[in-house]
Design a protein around this ligand. Structure first.
Ligand code: SIN
Ligand code: CO
Length: 378
């Protein structure tokens, strides 16, 4: 897509990107291609540890920049024509001339937006997906591209899953006579695998089915534990074949899986919790100000989800950062609106019930959302 975002300017300077790669909760990788082969170093990077800019053929990748920079987060919002459940993050790469991560394929769809400088992409619907052995990266052994595109700032390339590609930074001189940094923004998708989903959901469903029927007062779906049902075999006779699995146990196992799956609401609930689960590296800061419920009730404060928060919903539940809540009626529509807009204005919040305000207060205290005086609404 030529000039997908006309006149696009990078949202983060090179020094700001390097600084981000030094942070502990930020995933970053430094990749260098040398005569000896490929080398990869995981972040956090030590201060001033980047190779010199005059050295060709290296690249720094910083993952999840949308969680750390408000402007990058805003850019990712432009891709929300794709459901949140399918969007992963925005990664930024910086490369010196000749730099890249080698010919490879990704398992997910990706939009590659050129932010500054120029990058040459070779792409192809590769059949032979065998990888080079003994390299710290996934690199195709026999890459056979059939198309080539040079992307300039504002241009964007879309690649479906498993479409092979190799992007190499080109030396570019800007209008000011200086070399322009080659920076590429990857908007990555996610897609759960069938067996991964089955494992995750069955695990959660098994936990649910050990729970009591009385919902707790905070409205969350989690329930108090009760005694789990155990396999028992009062009719088991003394056996001469002790290694044989008892048929009754196989039947009990089948029944256990059937029980765990029989409630469609529970399945939807487990799915929502899983889809809003955060990566292990994500953590939230303590709120700067105390929650002010009176300002919310008086229509004087708006709320805004933190950039790291993952919030989704279905017709019966609201999911946030791996937790689920049953929601009905007016509060449910309000929470759904919060999830879609990622904010609620002071006027919208005036309709919230006392229990919804209390729940929002818990999320505020966990750092999952911020409150602003309504005059500061944006
Ligand atoms: C890059 O930005 O250098 C690599 C992105 C990709 O190939 O997925
Ligand atoms: Co890729």
């Amino acid at each position: 897509m030529r000039q997908a975002i006309p006149g696009f300017q990078p949202l983060l300077s090179r020094p700001a990107l390097f600084k981000l790669a030094e942070r502990e909760h930020v995933e970053s990788r430094l990749i260098t291609q040398q005569a000896k082969g490929w080398r990869m170093k995981q972040g956090p990077m030590a201060p001033r540890s980047m190779p010199p800019l005059s050295k060709e053929g290296w690249t720094l990748l910083v993952q999840g920049v949308d969680m750390h920079d408000a402007n990058v987060h805003a850019l990712l919002q432009q891709f929300r024509f794709v459901p949140d459940a399918r969007l992963d993050d925005l990664m930024i790469s910086f490369a010196t001339a000749g730099g890249g991560v080698g010919p490879h394929f990704d398992s997910y769809d990706v939009f590659l937006l050129q932010a500054s400088g120029r990058r040459r992409w070779k792409i192809g619907p590769q059949k032979d997906l065998s990888l080079q052995q003994g390299v710290p990266l996934k690199i195709l052994q026999n890459f056979e591209p059939d198309e080539e595109f040079v992307l300039e700032a504002g241009d964007m390339l879309y690649l479906p899953p498993r479409y092979a590609h190799d992007g190499i930074a080109e030396a570019t001189v800007g209008s000011d006579g200086k070399t322009a940094d080659c920076m590429t923004y990857s908007i990555g998708f996610r897609a759960p695998g069938q067996s991964e989903l089955a494992a995750e959901l069955l695990h959660r469903l098994a936990e649910f089915s050990e729970d009591d029927a009385d919902p707790p007062s905070d409205g969350s779906v989690r329930r108090a534990a009760r005694q789990p049902r155990m396999y028992h075999d009062p009719a088991q006779a003394a056996t001469a074949t002790p290694a044989a699995l008892p048929a009754g146990l196989t039947a009990f196992a089948g029944q256990a899986v059937h029980e765990a799956l029989k409630d469609p609401l529970a399945l939807a609930c487990a799915l929502g919790e899983y889809m809003t689960e955060l990566k292990p590296s994500v953590w939230f800061e303590e709120p700067l100000h105390a929650w002010a419920p009176d300002a919310v009730k008086a229509g004087q404060a708006s709320i805004h989800l933190d950039a790291r928060t993952r919030m989704m919903y279905d017709s019966d539940h609201v999911f946030i950062n791996g937790e689920s809540y049953r929601a009905k009626g007016l509060d449910a529509s309000l929470m759904q609106r919060l999830a879609d807009q990622r904010s609620l204005s002071a006027r919208e919040l005036r309709k919230a019930s006392a229990s919804a305000i209390a729940l929002l207060g818990d999320w505020h205290d966990a750092g999952w959302l911020q409150q602003r005086p309504s005059g500061e609404d944006i």
